[in-house]
Design a protein around this ligand. Structure first.
Ligand code: NDP
Length: 283
């Protein structure tokens, strides 16, 4: 079997076009969805992510504000900026690029963002909404992974979904979203004994560990849908996922490449969440 490659770039374009229609409908009513992205410090990777987020907003005709604060910004100054944005009617979504410098408590920062503008979905109120099945803002990366499954025609209901990784930004929300979509869900971690026993039983396998190529073809059930969230830089400068694409593609039914799989979806879903926030505010 040769897996169908899930083209994240193409699906991201399709999803962006759908959300552009909704953004345009708001504009007709005089509302331009607005996103504020705050970055504290000069982390090069973060700067690239933020630039891409601002670019995606521009592509859809959204208003965006890119706020750059110096690395030594006091926590109180950052919190005051968030409060100001919480009250700014031009801004419907607020995102603080993580990680923040060590002297700033990231949980205080996430809690300070109004739950109505929390387009990353990390505020405890929105996490609680996801847990109780009343999702308001889905964290962008797992939301994007769910869209890839949906757009690829992968059946979720009744299937066994195995997630490798339990981070708050990927693994845990992914598990909750798959559970909400009526999958039977198993979450594996670094402490799981005999990982392959679980991954080989997965109809849907989502891998988010940050361990390059750790899932090999022999760990995958024939025909499974494999979503590789990992982005790792190899010593030769190339990017790879947490799945060994070459051995996995001969076994899986569907597979996301890295790059070009989940990556393009994350920013797309951020834009979607911003438009959704503006729609809610317009009601
Ligand atoms: P974290 O480091 O926060 O979490 C990694 C998780 O993987 C942990 O739960 C850890 O288990 C688990 N893990 C690590 N090693 C193993 C192992 N050998 N077997 C089983 N489980 C293991 O990472 P993130 O969730 O933030 O990110 C994961 C990957 O996804 C990274 O490569 C990151 O770059 C990428 N990523 C991609 C995004 C995108 O837009 N495409 C967005 C966000 C992340 P334990 O809890 O026991 O330590």
């Amino acid at each position: 079997m040769t897996a169908r490659i899930i083209d994240g770039k193409a699906i991201a374009q399709e999803v962006r076009a759908e959300w552009k229609v909704r953004a345009d409908a708001l504009k007709v009513r005089g509302i331009t969805p607005g996103l504020a992205v705050i970055i504290v410090g000069e982390d090069p990777a973060s700067k690239v992510y933020v630039a891409n987020k601002v670019k995606a907003c521009a592509e859809l005709g959204l208003h965006s504000e890119h706020i750059v604060l110096p690395a030594d910004t006091a926590e109180s100054v950052l919190l005051a900026k968030i409060t100001e944005l919480n009250h700014d009617p031009k801004i419907h979504g607020i995102l603080v690029q993580l990680p923040v410098p060590r002297h700033i408590d990231s949980s205080k920062v996430l809690n300070a963002i109004s739950p109505d503008k929390d387009v990353d979905g990390f505020h405890p109120e929105n996490v609680g909404a996801l847990v109780t099945g009343n999702m308001r803002f889905a964290p962008c990366t797992p939301f994007g992974a769910m869209k890839l499954l949906e757009k690829s025609g992968v059946t979720i209901e009744g299937k066994h979904a195995v997630i490798v990784g339990r981070s708050n930004i990927v693994g845990k929300p992914m598990a909750l979203m798959l559970l909400q979509a009526n999958a039977t869900v198993t979450v594996c971690t670094s402490k799981t004994v005999d990982l392959a026993k679980f991954t080989r039983d997965a109809d849907i396998l989502v891998v988010a560990t940050g361990r390059p190529k750790m899932i090999t073809g022999d760990m995958i059930k024939p025909g499974a849908a494999v979503i590789d969230v990992g982005i790792n830089r190899l010593p030769d400068g190339k990017l790879c996922g947490d799945v060994d694409f070459d051995s996995a593609k001969g076994v899986a039914g569907w597979i996301t490449p890295v790059p070009g799989g989940v990556g393009p979806m994350t920013i797309t879903m951020l834009v979607a969440n911003t438009v959704q926030a503006a729609e809610r505010g317009a009601k």
